[in-house]
Ligand binder design. Sequence first.
Ligand SMILES: [Ca+2]
Ligand SMILES: [Ca+2]
Length: 113
Amino acid sequence: MIPLLAPPFTLLPPPQLKQHVTQHRSIAGQKMGEVSPEMEQVFKRFDTNGDGKISLAELAEVLRTLGSTSADDVKRTMAEIDTDGDGNIDFKEFGAFCRANPGLMKDVAKVFL
Ligand SMILES: [Ca+2]
Ligand SMILES: [Ca+2]
């Protein structure tokens, strides 16, 4: 007589398939704009008035803490991160900057967290 159920082990995907799925998921996650919890904390430290955006004044304060007091530096950094040019860095822009500069953001996290 043929058993109705296959032995359980046949239901598990082979190891190489599992691996593939895991890799695919992490790539998809990055495309969705995933930002690490550390970066979210850093953003909250930067956004001192808590409106969900980093203004030029808030960015200036961040750069001052990091040792840069030049107004030109602040303007240049703002222009670099504020990709839609509305004069504020929102979390999406901040996340994109974090992903583009992971080494720099690690150093910044060390200072602020
Ligand atoms: Ca703010
Ligand atoms: Ca913006």
